[in-house]
Design a protein around this ligand. Structure first.
Ligand SMILES: [Zn+2]
Length: 462
């Protein structure tokens, strides 16, 4: 069975056919580094990691590019408001560079904690200004641009025939939409800025600026992604992804710019993940309250419990976050760890279960079904060695640290195991004070203990 992916462009599940097999070019919109990523943001990166690892599991060689937006993303997500990074820099009395570096580091730590593989190429918007200027020049030559009274360079959406195709919106409908900037410089309401001019009075005092053929200024958010993806993946590549919120504006504008410049198709497959909801609302920074991965860690959750929670829902379904559901995910994961800790060594893999697993993830990344295959395997009557080897194989995609945890449990000192056993006895006798005392003792020796339905799970402390 071929790998099937749901393509937002066609609104259909399609057989995945790369341009130059076995190579796959994949671009994922990265973070705007003005604040911590919240769990809703991180859901997108977990989904993209699942996609990448599913491609690799199917034998493809993936070249993955991710950008870091360190200039040009305005607070409105469109063409009004302040530059997000400059705003934070002013509030914290630091330079934009310091802000960007700080939150880039925090973001990379999040990826590591979630076992998300880093892209092959990281690129920063501020490091590719020349490429962005060149792309705007191509658009200018092709007649897609105009300069407003304020000196900004705009993309003329009325000149691009298929504008709004990705969002399945006709330009007439877009015009009546609510999300229109009131900017008298625009010829059409959905035109957007390619280059911001420091001459525009609103933006005087912008700290990040470069010289361009249109005077001093800085690039718009959308042009960054078009320029960076084409720089590293070429003018026609396989996959572009992001959250569903990017469909109507950011990705719509990226397509208009890229195809306007090259005059040909840009990306074959567009994949988008749904929102993470909290109390039935989208988790968003603008809404104030948001939860970071550090918050989970501070509450003693394994960050991989969040990964497990994400895998438990299909990426195209909305996922409701609650502390109970995260707890459930952590318990399930601990059960899995506890189960494999009793397995002695890995043997041969089960071809039958591998095929079931591959079919599940290759059906538009059906991770809930893949997790069901995991539990079917665990409960099956197959020998432990086969189960262990097959689970390690699945973990190439799931990335739940199964091998690492299994190896660690093999190295737990006899003394710790003895204390854990004593604690089990205390618990069985309902001697909770003694059980807590033993847990503290174990903790002091550098190990943590989690109770699961199948027994206690000892882990080296993080
Ligand atoms: Zn982007």
């Amino acid at each position: 069975m071929a790998l099937k992916l749901y393509n937002t462009l066609t609104r259909q599940k399609e057989d995945f056919v790369p341009i130059k097999p076995p190579h796959v070019g994949m671009y994922t919109c990265g973070p705007t580094v003005y604040n911590y990523a919240h769990l809703g943001n991180l859901r997108a990166y977990v989904f993209e990691d699942l996609l990448k690892k599913t491609l690799i599991y199917n034998g493809y060689k993936v070249k993955h590019v991710m950008n870091i937006t360190d200039v040009g993303h305005l607070t409105s997500d469109a063409d009004s408001g302040e530059d997000k990074i400059e705003k934070t820099a002013k509030e914290k009395k630091q330079t934009p560079q310091q802000i960007a570096d700080f939150y880039t580091r925090a973001f990379k730590k999040n990826l590591k904690d979630l076992n998300i593989a880093e892209p092959n190429i990281w690129c920063k918007a501020t490091a590719t200004i020349k490429d962005q200027i060149k792309l705007i020049q191509r658009l200018e030559k092709n007649g897609y641009t105009y300069v407003g009274q304020n000196g900004n360079v705009y993309f003329d959406t009325s000149k691009f025939k298929n504008y709004g195709e990705l969002a399945r919106q006709k330009i007439e409908n877009l015009k009546s939409g609510a999300r229109v900037d009131i900017d008298p410089n625009k010829k059409n309401p959905y035109d957007f800025v390619l280059w911001f001019s420091t001459g525009g009075s609103k933006f005087q005092g912008h700290l990040l600026k470069w010289m361009s053929p249109w005077g001093e200024g800085w690039p718009g958010w959308h042009i960054e992604c078009s320029a960076m993806s084409m720089k590293y993946l070429g003018e026609h590549f396989d996959i572009h992804c992001g959250g569903v919120d990017h469909i109507p504006v950011h990705h719509t504008n990226e397509i208009a710019q890229s195809e306007g410049a090259t005059g040909k198709k840009w990306v074959n497959y567009w994949l988008h993940n749904e929102f993470l909801l909290m109390d039935k609302e989208k988790m968003a920074k603008s809404a104030g309250e948001f939860i970071t991965l550090e918050t989970l860690i501070a509450k003693n959750f394994n960050p991989l419990a969040y990964r497990y929670l994400c895998l438990g829902a299909h990426y195209r379904s909305q996922l409701n976050f609650s502390w109970e559901s995260l707890n459930g995910a952590q318990n399930a994961l601990n059960n899995l760890y506890q189960t494999i800790s009793s397995f002695k060594r890995p043997g041969q893999t089960s071809l039958e279960y591998q095929e079931k697993f591959r079919r599940a993830i290759s059906d538009d990344l059906d991770s809930p079904k893949a997790l069901a295959v995991v539990w079917d395997l665990v409960k099956s009557s197959l020998p432990a060695e086969i189960k262990l080897a097959t689970l390690f194989d699945f973990d190439r995609v799931l990335s739940l640290d199964l091998k690492k945890i299994w190896q660690e449990t093999k190295k737990i000192p006899a003394k710790i195991k003895e204390l854990a056993k004593e604690r089990e006895t205390a618990r069985a006798n309902k001697n909770w004070a003694q059980a807590d005392k033993l847990r503290d003792k174990i903790k002091k020796l550098g190990y943590s203990i989690d109770d699961t339905p199948t027994g206690s799970l000892i882990k080296k402390s993080r």
